[in-house]
Design a protein around this ligand. Structure first.
Ligand code: ADP
Length: 642
């Protein structure tokens, strides 16, 4: 079907037809009307755009508005019509129509008016273009841009846009906030922006920006921004440059966000890592130093012991007294090395604990035995009180718990009044095992309590003649905390102090049968000399600690087979104990040499195996998993009573 056309229009020259055809293929509709005759003409494209029935003449402007234009756009449409009627030669209007099948179209109409000499309208003609797709695309882009803007604003991402042609720069609200300024002001130009940065960041920023323009199209940098509220913030920027086909920069679009916290966290991580490295280096240094110093110190102590013990050497009383001093000072020095090592290991996190169910009664018995001699020197009565409901065990590293209790008890002796009472008790409290060490000393004031667990603080005791380094309690606290426990203190100046260790209580049936602890009690009726053959200081320390329960037993150390053979011949010990370590063959060789050497053949000699899997070649040899009680009961069996 052909669109309706007035007869005159069909006689138009072919040239015009072709023009109309090309205009129509561009989607542009043509229309015209004569206000004097009322004659109206639409081309086929205009019919297509409006879906107006092809067999109908084009509607009047009023009918067009009433039947097609959306009511919301009526006013605008009418105003455009009036503008032309009132004298404007050109008018442009965009409006929406609803086609008979219900679709909405956005139309852009441009019209021209022709008038006669008197100014009356003679002809109105124009074009109409369907801009629906463009508007839809723009609306989608707008929605997307709006969404982006909202999201960006909500998460604090600044967005900026620099138009290379006009030089216009736009910042979103978040961008302003990042720079600590009220949104809306004119965005700074490059030179003004540089002025907002830390002076040290400007040169690099310019360099990067220019490089991005010239070369690689992307720009990334983190700059320090000075904000009017007095803060320096670190702002990361990333941008991209859009270019035309010829490579000319059209615009630069960028995002920015605050990375101050990340940078601070990264700096803190860096500092922490550096501190940890330094701390590890310190620990390594201290452990090497401690080891290097302990070796000669052990030699000093060993020779001092030899001097004191050698029956061939007749020493005057004064010399014995001085040798005794050398030994005491040596032990103190050794203890200090241990403490320094402990605290540095704790601080560096290198300390490894082996928590397990620890039977408490034998442990208390053992540690009280260790301070018994010192206590009796000051006429301090020691007492162990185990409440009827006390848990049998606590979850702890046995050696370290013994160390803590040893420290608390030795403080209880040192800072007690002469003739005072020192008690250690166990009781159950809220499912925990509480071990309390109570003394009747001068107590600790509230102000002193604040610094009690600070390493190297002696709270005024440095002026006294009481020995100490102010580090034991700091170590104790860390050790108990590492066992998931708590160390609490209560003190009344002039009355005394109570230190309470709170640990997870264990179940008695979870424990292997505890060795009879009677053997671990202090015994003064066992005496003699033990020659321990080991190059490992820790082994020597362990046995030395256990042997403090047998104060009349002397421990002498030999570090290798040759010196062991000589020492055995000179000292004639009551027991030679060879710690096998990793080298069982060396231990067996020494045992054979001892047995075959005339001066030593009669001496008791046993190998202390290191590897529990290595079958003892002699039932007299000592097992690897020996603990204090078992060790002492063997000592009691082998060494003479005195
Ligand atoms: P040290 O005893 O070697 O000085 P500690 O870390 O064990 O080190 O103790 C720190 C300080 O706390 C001591 O120097 C002492 O002043 C005080 N202190 C510790 N235990 C007691 C106690 N039972 N009674 C009074 N003061 C104590």
């Amino acid at each position: 079907m052909q669109p309706y056309s007035p007869p005159g229009a069909q006689s138009a020259p072919r040239r015009i037809e072709r023009l109309e055809h090309s205009i129509s293929s561009a989607g542009i509709a043509l229309w015209e009307f004569n206000p004097i005759t009322g004659e109206r003409h639409w081309d086929a494209q205009m019919y297509r755009l409006t879906d107006w029935p092809l067999d109908q003449p084009p509607p009047s402007v009023g009918t067009f508005r009433e039947q097609l234009v959306l009511p919301e756009d009526h006013d605008r449409h009418r105003r455009a019509q009036e503008t032309v009627e009132l004298g404007a030669d050109v008018s442009e209007i965009e409006y929406r129509i609803r086609t008979p099948d219900g679709r909405i179209r956005h139309l852009l109409s441009r019209c021209r008016a022709e008038r006669d000499a008197a100014g009356s309208l003679t002809r109105v003609f124009g074009t109409t273009l369907d801009v629906s797709e463009l508007r839809a695309a723009q609306s989608a882009a707008y929605d997307a841009a709006q969404r982006e803007k909202l999201t960006a604003d909500a998460v604090g991402i600044g967005v900026w846009d620099h138009d290379a042609a006009t030089g216009d720069i736009h910042w979103n609200d978040a961008m302003w906030r990042l720079y600590g300024r009220a949104p809306g002001a004119t965005a700074p130009r490059l030179d003004q922006w540089l002025g907002l940065l830390h002076a040290d960041d400007r040169a690099e920023s310019v360099h990067k920006a220019l490089r991005a323009l010239d070369l690689d199209d992307s720009f990334e940098s983190v700059v320090r921004v000075w904000r009017p509220d007095g803060q320096w913030r670190q702002i990361a920027h990333r941008s991209r440059i859009e270019r035309d086909a010829g490579g000319r920069a059209l615009r630069q679009i960028g995002v920015a966000w605050d990375v101050t916290e990340q940078k601070l966290a990264a700096a803190a991580d860096h500092a922490r890592a550096a501190t940890e490295r330094a701390s590890r280096a310190k620990t390594e240094f201290l452990s090497r130093l401690s080891h290097d110093l302990r070796t000669p110190l052990n030699a000093i102590l060993g020779h001092a012991q030899l001097l004191a013990l050698d029956p061939e050497i007749e020493l005057p009383e004064l010399a014995r007294h001085r040798i005794n001093h050398i030994q005491q000072a040596g032990w103190q020095l050794l203890a200090l090395f241990e403490e320094v090592l402990d605290i540095s290991q704790i601080e560096s996190g290198a300390l490894r604990l082996r928590p397990r169910q620890v039977p408490l009664a034998p442990l208390l018995d053992e540690v009280v035995g260790l301070i018994a001699a010192a206590a009796s020197e000051r006429q301090i009565e020691t007492r162990i009180v185990i409440a009827p409901d006390a848990p049998d065990t606590a979850w702890a590293d046995r050696t370290r718990l013994a160390q803590v209790l040893g420290n608390l008890l030795s403080n209880g002796v040192k800072y007690n009044r002469a003739g005072g009472l020192l008690s250690v008790s166990v009781q159950a409290e809220d499912g925990s095992a509480v071990i309390a060490v109570r003394d009747q000393g001068h107590g600790i004031s509230e102000r002193q309590l604040e610094a009690l667990f600070t390493p190297w603080s002696r709270l005024g005791m440095e002026a006294s003649n009481i020995q100490g380094h102010g580090i034991g309690l700091a170590i104790s606290l860390k050790l108990i905390e590492a066992m998931d426990g708590r160390l609490e203190v209560r003190s009344e100046p002039g009355i005394g102090s109570e230190f309470r260790i709170r640990l997870r209580a264990g179940l008695s049936d979870a424990v292997e049968a505890a060795p009879p602890h009677t053997s671990a009690t202090l015994r003064n009726d066992i005496g003699g000399t033990v020659l321990l053959v080991t190059a490992v200081d820790a082994t020597y320390e362990q046995l030395a600690t256990w042997l403090r329960r047998r104060p009349r037993v002397q421990l002498v150390q030999a570090q290798d087979n040759d010196s062991a053979a000589v020492l055995a011949a000179v000292v004639q010990p009551d027991l030679i104990l060879i710690a096998a370590g990793a080298d069982a063959t060396r231990a067996i060789a020494l045992k054979t040499r001892i047995a075959t050497q005339t001066e030593t053949a009669r001496l008791a000699c046993a190998i202390w195996l290191d590897d529990p899997a290595a079958a003892a070649h002699d039932p007299a040899d000592w097992p690897a998993d020996l603990d204090a009680a078992e060790f002492l009961s063997r000592i009691d069996r082998l060494l003479p009573r005195c």
